[in-house]
Design a protein around this ligand. Structure first.
Ligand SMILES: C[S@@+](CC[C@H](N)C(=O)[O-])C[C@H]1O[C@@H](n2cnc3c(N)ncnc32)[C@H](O)[C@@H]1O
Length: 278
């Protein structure tokens, strides 16, 4: 692919999703867009690019963007954030939300569902503490294909082997042919919606806890700062934000502060401390 075509496609991707594609990743464009070219009946990428330049068909642009997202995910990814969620964050919210008995959680780059379903499984296990509570899990992603996969609750043997304790697998999944289907009760706890992190999340409502993990790494500094500022506006002063292990707010925004001793967890700057520092 020549430089002009690379730059053209990279700029479309950045504009539509915030994803930044470095020139050394040009090979990714080629390998991931070939199936899109075939799906739309083009002989190859040059023909696809000509059509995008001339007509900018929305359906094609959407598929190009989706094809360029990295959707890698696993259940209970990195484990520790989920332990902290179970042992510290939820009990603390149960104390502080006694008057409303309502907790809202947002998985903001939910991919194929492993993250919101890990949250749902934890909450299912905490049923006795949460009896009579209204707990909502909203899971969003830019990729409609991923959201459909997530809604199906179907996972391969490989996917359930990554991160899921065997006891959890046995308790909450049923084998269906070569795949495993998550229990309907757990699935019904998560509401999936298409949402682009470049947009204003105000219509989604306010969230006590936000998981925005392993997506900011694909954005440039300015986009990260803008996304984080919008998320901060959607959270109360004692809200908790989870980022991925390779992500931070430091040097990017002053809307969040790290919660000392709890790696990957951030509180609202100037808000009430969500948790005591460890
Ligand atoms: C690597 S996955 C992370 C999944 C999960 N949060 C985790 O940590 O395992 C990144 C997800 O971000 C989504 N994504 C990328 N750009 C996005 C955007 N602008 N708005 C919403 N989701 C986006 C991708 O579609 C992909 O599913």
């Amino acid at each position: 692919m020549n430089t002009a075509d690379f730059e053209f496609l990279a700029s479309i991707l950045k504009q539509r999703s915030g994803l930044v594609l470095a020139p050394e990743k040009a090979y990714l464009l080629e390998s991931r867009l070939m199936p899109v070219a075939r799906k739309f009946g083009f002989a190859g990428l040059p023909e696809l690019i000509v059509t995008v330049r001339k007509e900018r068909p929305e359906e094609l642009l959407r598929d190009i963007t989706e094809a360029m997202t990295t959707n890698e995910s696993l259940f209970f990814r990195d484990m520790k954030p989920f332990d902290q969620f179970r042992n510290l964050v939820v009990p603390k919210l149960v104390e502080s939300r006694q008057s409303t008995r309502r907790i809202r959680i947002w998985s903001a780059a939910a991919s194929s569902g492993q993250e919101p379903y890990s949250i749902a499984i934890i909450l299912m296990e905490m049923q006795s503490l949460l009896a009579g509570w209204d707990v909502e899990i909203t899971a969003t992603d830019i990729s409609v294909e991923m959201l459909n996969r997530a809604r199906s609750g179907l996972y391969t043997q490989f996917e359930v082997q990554r991160g899921l304790p065997i006891a959890t697998l046995v308790k909450y999944f049923k084998q269906v042919g070569e795949k495993w289907r998550l229990d309907a009760g757990v699935r019904s706890m998560v509401k999936f919606k298409e949402f682009n992190l470049l947009d204003d999340p105000a219509a989604l409502g306010r969230f006590d806890i936000v998981f925005c993990r392993n997506v900011l790494i694909y954005f440039d500094q300015q986009t990260k700062a803008e996304v984080l500022a919008r998320i901060a506006k959607a959270m109360p002063g004692d809200g908790v934000l989870y980022l991925g292990g390779a992500e931070t707010v430091l040097g990017i925004t002053d809307r969040f502060v790290p919660i000392t001793g709890h790696r990957g967890m951030y509180g609202i700057a100037g808000g009430e401390p969500a948790l005591k520092s460890a």
